[in-house]
Design a protein. Sequence first.
Length: 364
Amino acid sequence: MSIALVKPRSFDSFIGVLDSTVCNPLEIVNSLVSLLTDKEARVISARFGLDGQQVRTLASLGTELGVTRERIRQVQAHAIKKMQRNAIHTEISKMHSEVMKFVMHHGGIVSEVEMREFLKLNFVSLSTSIEEMLLAVVLDDRLVQEHNKVDYIPHFRLASIKMTQVKKTCDLALKVLKKFNSEVEQELLISEIQKHNKDSYLHYTISTIVSSLVLDRRVVSKHAKYSLDSWRHINPRTLYDKIVYVLSDISEPMHFLDIVNSITSHGFDFKRVSLQAVHNELISNPAFVLIGRGIYALKAWGYKEGTVADVLESVLGKKGPMDLSQLTKEVLKLRKVKPITIQINLSSKKNKFRKNREGLYELA
């Protein structure tokens, strides 16, 4: 059975969906906060950065109030439950309806980054912070806000989708990727996940599976292909990794200027690379071989270090006498030079090379 690819995640269909003159979430949030106790209001304001405050962690807020971070979490959870009950009777349900459409479009799961982008696009007319808008989203009890975890990024998901289910999907993906030990097409990965899934409650839509994988820091998705973040030959980290990646990507030698430009265009971790740094790495690392003027190749490809004369000597020493055409062909496999350069070396270094009676070049 063929699986349709999931298109890149987009917000275009959701821009301007809500008239802020009909529903102003900020006003509603402020009115709901006013119904809380002083302690609850203080915790909610600090945790969601209301009134221009900096968002506070559970630990820092607990230290300030002289209680444990767990106690702050309990106060926050109780306050949100109270606000959710009161929110049912307000116009904020109109906003929740549009947010829900957005979340459902992505299989019931969206990252916090995606939610922030959605809110920015739809509430640009409101003089409010995104943190306050996130609180408005949290007041929909059909959604769960999951904070930062070791392997998973912050996100929102349907309350009906448990974190254990998300983890199970991602664990299956990890198992499949490790089995193939290379990039896997989206269609194949989803098919493998569904095939290995033995739990009936994990019969997600394709969008839900894809959205689950977006959350996992260990999984990388590029151009509908998946890999593991730990695979440095696919997800390069060091400058050496990046040079190897761009050379391997086109499978042929490159001028060092082109290597720099290719690293920049790929983006990778968005760190800037300097021409000098790349050139120094190419010169100092034995994994790279200079095979022409400013042109470098991977040594693993079979290219040889040394001058053209050194390469000629190596080829003739291994393969014996050759005519000019054969010899030129063999040298060009190892060095990127003009054929005339090979001829000049053969004729100018008579102490190394000569023609035999059959007209073939051999070592002197």
